[in-house]
Design a protein around this ligand. Structure first.
Ligand SMILES: [Zn+2]
Ligand SMILES: [Zn+2]
Ligand SMILES: [Zn+2]
Length: 106
């Protein structure tokens, strides 16, 4: 999948960045790995296709991206909003449970 800011990687991607693991209307967020610098649809895609653990990002680096429009967010912004600041697409509130996998929260 191509979009603003580069390609999103993963398995079974649709044009908004949903993958084989997360397919609801709301699951459009991609996250960037600090180790390989690539955008990924989810940590399970990364586990299947990368040869290293997911590199968690500092909180002030834009490392979450809307698959609908390409809007990029750091953790501070992403954790405060329920829909995209660029296109208004709603995000999955359940994603926040996975934030420690993607960001250096401790
Ligand atoms: Zn990686
Ligand atoms: Zn996935
Ligand atoms: Zn958007």
């Amino acid at each position: 999948m191509a979009g603003k800011g580069g390609v999103v990687r993963g398995r079974g991607l649709d044009e908004q960045g949903r993958c084989a693991h997360y397919q609801s209307e709301l699951d459009v967020i991609a996250n960037r790995c600090a180790t390989c610098g690539q955008w990924w649809a989810c940590f399970q895609c990364h586990r299947e296709q990368a040869d290293h653990p997911f590199g968690r990002m500092p909180l002030d680096v834009p490392a979450a991206r809307c698959g609908s429009c390409g809007w990029e967010m750091d953790y501070d912004e992403y954790s405060r909003i329920e829909k995209c600041g660029g296109c208004g697409h709603p995000f999955n509130p359940g994603c926040s449970a996975h934030a420690p996998l993607y960001f250096k929260l401790q």
